[in-house]
Unconditional design. Structure first.
Length: 273
């Protein structure tokens, strides 16, 4: 094979198997796992290719409630600057339906600079800050201004790094977090996955640092609890609508609704444990 053609073939192979990370704000994690701070590969070959196993645009293009349920069991993947990946199984979500939803940031169809991602194509991340400190991450769906809040994850890979990131976000001396404490809340999972405002308006189907992969064991309807959302304050009837969904019996869920679970068991949806 002529030398030029051989070099092109090698470059093509590098691109198709690329795992070189993009640069982002987590510079303190840019060292190699063995402590070597040298680059993992030449910057001239740092060309990203979309992960072949990630969920595609069609998956996200569904109504908000349907998407919130469909997220359960799927895998959120975060790729750090050093190439390591954090994996978490989605076990709890909340649906925010847009204009008519009094608890939504887009209620009344109001579009602002802050909530612009809620009006973008399905699969767009909407990241906002609460209390001036913490972040929450949502994913846009079908429907004007509709989005799904990711509430809790079951950590699968990179737990030590998640602990490191959580500890860095906490003030004062901290106890070692147990596995179930790493991502059992919307702000906790953002800390554990290094998700901040820089991720706002990113496309989950195209981004090289964050995406979703299909879960291996999708839950059935009998595994899903539908109950009221958390922390939305006085929003009239919207405070009582069953728009939070979680996997029954999963210890990584942030708040378990025993009353609703008993009611569902009494109706024959599943056996009461």
């Amino acid at each position: 094979m002529p030398r030029k053609r051989k070099l092109l073939a090698q470059l093509s192979a590098l691109q198709s198997n690329s795992s070189f990370p993009p640069f982002d704000a987590l510079e303190n994690l840019n060292a190699m796992p063995d402590g070597n701070s040298s680059p993992k590969s030449s910057k001239y070959f740092a060309i990203e290719k979309k992960n072949s196993s990630q969920l595609e645009a069609d998956f996200f293009n569904q109504p908000c409630i349907s998407l919130a349920k469909s997220f359960l069991g799927q895998i959120l993947v975060r790729k750090l600057p050093d190439g390591r990946e954090l994996w978490g199984r989605i076990v709890e979500t909340e649906a925010y339906l847009g204009g008519e939803d009094e608890a939504s940031h887009s209620k009344g169809g109001r579009q602002t600079q802050r909530n612009a991602a809620m009006f973008m194509k399905p699969g767009t991340l909407y990241v906002y800050q609460i209390y001036g400190i913490y972040f929450c991450v949502n994913v846009s769906s079908q429907g004007e201004g509709a989005a799904v809040l990711l509430r809790s994850l079951e950590p699968l890979q990179g737990l030590d790094v998640m602990r490191e990131l959580r500890s860095a976000s906490r003030k004062g001396p901290t106890k070692l977090l147990k596995d179930w404490q790493l991502c059992n809340g919307p702000s906790k999972l953002c800390q554990a996955f290094g998700i901040d405002k820089a991720f706002d308006q990113r496309d989950l189907t195209q981004d090289a640092a964050i995406w979703m992969a299909p879960g291996h064991d999708p839950p059935g309807e009998q595994d899903v609890v539908a109950t009221t959302r958390i922390g939305i304050g006085n929003r009239g009837e919207w405070a009582q609508k069953p728009l939070r969904f979680y996997l029954r019996g999963n210890k990584f869920v942030s708040v378990v609704d025993k009353k609703t679970e008993r009611e569902m068991a009494a109706m024959g949806h599943f056996s009461c444990s």
